[in-house]
Ligand binder design. Structure first.
Ligand code: NOJ
Length: 532
């Protein structure tokens, strides 16, 4: 077997800690809660968990606003709870990835409190300060992703500071060497504790143009879209120097044994792949979010896979994502029956898959009544559907009160259907999506072709997506029906002979296949081909 890193054959599972398991009855998930559910994750068959931020935070953006990078927020527990979790996960063979948020801190971070206290404070240049425009307004037209200008005026020192997100999330100045060193030490702090790597928040944002030119207007902008899209973020994201910053982080991660660096990057494929770095000295895995916005259409998905495969740099390892805490749930987008097909796609494509917690239950996009909205993005830019609460609702463990998530009212309402779509129920049903996820991960573990073999497209017709995974003489065929209508495909005689390894409904395992693959509506099969 060729040498692979653990993260190449791993399945990553994202935990949004506020919503996974509450252990102390405050309606918000916590670290002890996650520890208590590690058995579930082992049984599910994932290899690594990525936990969204658990650090000290005023929680204006639910942990993506950090006021101490080395402390656990009391809402989630204490440092000992984290150490217990890490040890318990490791003893089960589960890796633990943390969420590193280097682009901005909280405005309550002592660094920023110092920075805004006077123009001569030693931390002044740790953030991005500019004089007002001649009319006293913001220095330029840069916009915040969460609405309004990205510049906030500070009356005391008479300058504006830049914030790509909330005004309580000031951007750090990554052109300042002291910032770089301080952040590298944060990485080392957690790596020394034994964490297995990081998912790095908005990594493509880290460097801004030092001349601060206006961003150009976006001629494709249409009303109803988030207002920050009125300009093209030409001078605020994806600048060439960002790759040096990432290579610096990578060097720190490489001081330790076989740790993983993942970058959060929303860019078109051809720009995304640059984040592997020159000579692969960037992120090991620049998150590939392309499935999130590709129409659920076999031809379009086949084309996307081929384009991504072709764009990857030599030695760059692929990865796929179907959901996260910022995006609508996949089951909400394409419906529950196709969510199972999506699971089969995610777990049979070449590369490292990331599962978003609850997608293995087919959790829907929840409707959040206006009075329960918590997301600051929705509060700042209401009514156009940008709210992210609907994909952050509590994990559905069982049919008891609050779905077994908490003994008190959860911080967000439960999604509809939790009384049946919960772990306790679905575990007992051999045909459930939960058991499909388990069977698919079981198959990946047993098949070198699925775990790290090559990808070869076959054809796409009648909305069937068909491809091979191959390693040495092991060949696996995946056939997915992206419609609700029964379908069949006949191959040239003698080419496709084998047996079903996994089928969506769980009732065809071991079935012999020769020349013709029959698929019911919303069905997919993984077929192990006989060697020729
Ligand atoms: C990306 C995170 O995933 C999102 O939840 C957060 O609001 C922004 N970065 C700002 O940190």
């Amino acid at each position: 077997m060729k040498r692979t890193h653990w993260w190449q054959t791993a399945v990553i599972y994202q935990i949004y800690p506020r919503s996974f398991q509450d252990s102390n009855g405050d309606g918000v998930g916590d670290l002890a809660g996650i520890t208590s559910r590690l058995g579930y994750l082992s049984e599910l068959g994932v290899d690594a968990i990525w936990i969204s931020p658990i650090f000290q935070s005023p929680m204006k953006d639910f942990g993506y606003d950090i006021s101490d990078y080395r402390a656990i927020d009391p809402l989630f527990g204490a440092m000992e709870d984290f150490e217990t979790l890490l040890e318990a996960a490791h003893s089960r063979g589960l890796k633990v990835l943390l969420d590193f948020v280097p682009n901005h801190s909280s405005d309550q971070h002592p660094w920023f409190i110092g920075s805004r206290s006077s123009r001569t404070n030693p931390k002044r240049d740790w953030y991005i300060w500019r004089d007002p425009a001649p009319d006293g307004g913001p220095p330029n037209n840069w916009l915040s992703e969460f609405g309004g200008s990205a510049w906030e005026f500070d009356g005391k020192t008479g300058q504006y500071y830049y914030h790509a997100f909330l005004s309580s999330q000031p951007d750090l100045n990554w052109r300042n060497r002291e910032v770089v060193d301080a952040m590298h030490d944060v990485l080392r702090f957690w790596l020394d504790k034994g964490v297995d790597g990081f998912r790095v928040d908005v990594i493509w944002h880290l460097i801004k143009d030092s001349a601060f030119p206006d961003n150009p207007p976006n001629s494709d902008y249409r009303p109803g879209k988030p207002p920050h899209q009125k300009v093209v973020p030409l001078y605020t994201t994806d600048l060439p120097e960002v790759h040096d910053v990432i290579a610096g982080m990578r060097r720190v991660v490489d001081e330790f044994d076989d740790r993983l660096l993942i970058g959060e990057i929303y860019l078109p494929l051809e720009r995304l792949v640059a984040y592997y770095g020159r000579d692969l000295d960037g992120a090991h895995l620049p998150f590939n979010f392309a499935l999130l916005n590709t129409p659920w259409d076999a031809r379009k998905i086949a084309q996307l896979i081929s384009e991504y495969e072709a764009a990857l740099p030599r030695g760059g390892w692929p990865n796929w994502v179907l959901g996260n805490h910022d995006q609508p749930r996949i089951a909400g987008r394409i419906g529950s029956p196709q969510a199972a097909v999506a699971a089969m796609l995610l777990l049979t494509l070449r590369g490292t898959p990331t599962i978003y917690y609850g997608d293995e239950l087919g959790m829907p996009q929840a409707h959040i009544p206006p009075e329960r909205v918590r997301d600051p993005f929705e509060k700042n830019v209401p009514g156009i559907g940008v709210g992210r609460d609907g994909s952050r609702t509590p994990m559905q463990w069982d049919a008891t009160e609050n779905a077994g998530f908490s003994t008190s009212e959860p911080w967000l309402p439960l999604a509809e259907g939790w009384k049946s779509a919960n772990v306790a129920n679905l575990r007992e049903d051999g045909t459930s999506i939960l058991n499909l996820y388990r069977r698919l991960m079981g198959a990946r573990r047993k098949s070198a072709a699925l775990a790290h073999g090559g990808y070869r497209p076959y054809l796409t017709e009648q909305d069937l997506l068909i491809y091979f995974r191959e390693f040495e003489d092991e060949r696996v065929l995946i056939a997915l029906n992206l419609t609700h209508i029964d379908s069949a495909i006949t191959f040239p005689p003698g080419q496709i002979v084998g047996s079903v390894l996994v089928s969506i409904f769980g009732d065809r395992d071991g079935e012999h296949v020769a020349d013709t693959v029959v698929l019911r509506g919303d069905e997919g099969v993984v077929i192990k081909l006989d060697s020729v």
